[in-house]
Design a protein. Sequence first.
Length: 80
Amino acid sequence: MSIRVRREIVELADKMVRYGLARSRNHAFNILIERSLSEVKREVEYWESVYRRVEKLKRMRFELSHGGLNKLLAEDRGVD
C-alpha cells in the first residue's frame, strides 16, 4: 500500500528508525498511527539530544570505564 505523507512525517519516521524506536520506516508509521504525533515527537527529540550529547563526548575522546552506555540506552528504550 502506498500513502503520501508530509516530508516532516517521513523525516520523523526515519529518525525513529535511526534511534532504534522503530525497526523500519513501516513500523515507525504504524507507531505514529497508534500513538499521538506529539508524543512521538517528544520521544524523538529526547533521543536526539541524548545522541548529540554522546557524540559530543566521543569528540572529546571521553570513554566510559564500565562500557555499559549502549546497554543502559537499550534498556531505557526497552530494546532486548
